[in-house]
Write a protein that binds this ligand. Sequence first.
Ligand code: FES
Length: 106
Amino acid sequence: MPIVTFIDHDGTPHRIDAPNKRSLMQIAVDNGVTGILGDCGGSCSCATCHGYIDTAWAPRLPAISETEAFMLEGVPEPRDTSRLCCQLRMSPELDGIVVHLPAEQV
Ligand code: FES
């Protein structure tokens, strides 16, 4: 099974089995990763699933939709690598992806 690693803002890694087609937000919530809240259930309307995607995976990610870009404008510390984890679905291409979690989202 593919793997995703979430890294807390304090550097603690969470290496998790990641079923294909499941969103990174849902995978984090299913496994008790506290740095991802997912308050809206994945409908791209809360931005509590914000993560910084390790740059090595950037070329393999789907494009950011207008709605996701709009929501990312409201997160406390946006970066070029910011994405909403509910908008990213696990796939074989993303096996091993690393997501750094923002400090304010705990
Ligand atoms: S879970 Fe709400 S925007 Fe991702």
